[in-house]
Design a protein around this ligand. Structure first.
Ligand code: HEM
Ligand SMILES: *[C@@H]1O[C@H](CO)[C@@H](O)[C@H](O)[C@H]1NC(C)=O
Ligand SMILES: *[C@@H]1O[C@H](CO)[C@@H](O)[C@H](O)[C@H]1NC(C)=O
Ligand SMILES: *[C@@H]1O[C@H](CO)[C@@H](O)[C@H](O)[C@H]1NC(C)=O
Ligand SMILES: *[C@@H]1O[C@H](CO)[C@@H](O)[C@H](O)[C@H]1NC(C)=O
Length: 325
């Protein structure tokens, strides 16, 4: 039954995808030609003051595109800026849901939106601003650039309970593959987009199950390199008292490069979901390819980012990214 629903929804996604030709590269050419540079300025300015901003924006966009996806009713409202809405009254929004721990830098989107509203009021959606900001974040970190298709609309619903739809860091390869394929994303997309973990930081709570009490016979996940596990145990002890303790994803955590894949091969990545990319021949082949060719990685990453971010289902252009109109 679940398989039939998945198949039905997948077919629907692909037929909807073809309708989403409403997204276009020149969507704002007539109505707001300065939109892209306003976003770039906001991201640049914020990054100058805080070098954790690019990672935050990339992850925010990923969350926006992965949440608000319900299989049963095939509700497909992916990149719809739901992640930007604040909680109101009884409604707890996505950003206040459990895996929000590293989401921050919402003010950057607010700054971009304010600048754009002053230029062309009511025209540019928050979902498009976030997609552009994620691209700019990658560029500012030394990664590739690409043209972002635009024309997304903003949604009106954001539910903390739906953050459960995100893949978890303890997922194995079949769970990851299922999570991605439900959204029309392939194994190649999974491996390429996981390269987003070349940027940023993780809290101890996201990987502590691998370094303490892994299972009844092993204290440490044997798939993790022992010296790497030892270094993580020193920053994340069992009784950790340091607030916000954690580790960078990659020693070059502000540089967008293919180091992540080299670390996967060396078994020095934080999450089981990273290490899981070695557990099928196909995924492992892609990891090796991206580890040995920065160009192959950036080409695949660009293609998969466009794919991940191109489906939308919102209905309005919000005037303030934090509240529905
Ligand atoms: C494949 C499934 C994925 C899982 C299980 C996953 C899981 C996680 C977790 C647990 C964190 C750390 C949160 C914390 O403790 O602070 C994190 C951070 C991050 N993720 Fe992922 N992620 C996945 C895919 C992606 C994708 C597709 C992207 C973007 C293309 C991405 C970009 C990031 C970035 C940039 C950070 C660092 C955020 C920061 O420093 O503020 N992740 N991810
Ligand atoms: C919140 O929920 C309570 C009871 O569940 C209800 O009385 C109240 O009207 C709700 N408030 C809003 C703003 O929906
Ligand atoms: C994350 O969620 C908690 C409650 O679960 C909330 O107190 C906190 O403000 C949220 N963080 C962000 C950045 O929204
Ligand atoms: C992945 O985890 C699920 C749920 O725990 C399990 O049913 C499945 O067999 C696992 N797959 C692999 C390849 O380990
Ligand atoms: C603990 O994990 C290791 C590696 O995954 C596995 O080989 C072993 O069988 C597990 N032991 C138990 C008791 O589950």
């Amino acid at each position: 039954m679940a398989a039939i629903v998945t198949l039905f929804c997948t077919l629907l996604i692909f037929s909807v995808s073809s309708l989403v030709n409403s997204l276009s590269l020149n969507y704002y050419d007539k109505t707001c030609p300065q939109a892209e540079s306003a976003v770039t300025n906001a991201v640049q300015e914020a990054t100058m003051n805080d070098n954790t901003v690019p990672a935050a924006l990339l992850r925010m966009h990923f969350h926006d595109c992965f949440i608000r996806f319900t299989l049963v009713s095939c509700i497909l409202k992916r990149c719809d800026a739901s992640v930007l809405l604040d909680s109101v009254g009884n409604n707890t929004a996505e950003k206040d849901g459990p895996p929000n721990i590293s989401l921050h830098a919402f003010y950057v989107i607010d700054n971009a939106k304010t600048a754009i509203e002053a230029l062309c009021p009511g025209v540019v959606s928050c979902a498009d601003i976030l997609a552009l900001a994620a691209r700019d974040a990658v560029v500012l970190s030394g990664g590739p650039t690409w043209n972002v298709p635009k024309g997304r609309k903003d949604g009106r619903i954001s539910l903390a309970s739906e953050t459960r739809q995100l893949p978890a860091p303890i997922f194995n390869i079949s769970q990851l593959q299922q999570s991605f394929s439900q959204r029309g994303l392939s194994m190649e997309d999974l491996v390429a987009l996981s390269g987003g973990h070349t940027l940023g930081f993780s809290h101890c709570s996201s990987f502590e199950s691998r370094i303490h009490d892994f299972n009844t016979s092993q204290d440490i996940d044997p798939s993790m390199h022992p010296s790497f596990a030892a270094s993580l145990r020193s920053v994340c002890p069992v009784h950790n008292t340091v607030k916000n303790a954690g580790a960078t994803m990659d020693p070059s955590a502000t540089t967008f490069d293919n180091t992540y894949y080299k670390l996967v091969l060396q078994r020095k990545t934080l999450f089981s979901s990273d290490q899981a990319l070695l557990s099928t021949r196909m995924a492992k082949g892609l990891v090796s390819k991206f580890a040995s060719s920065q160009e192959a990685f950036t080409k695949a990453f660009t293609k998969s980012m466009i794919k991940m971010s191109s489906l939308t289902g919102g209905q309005e252009v919000r005037l303030n990214c934090r509240v529905v109109n």
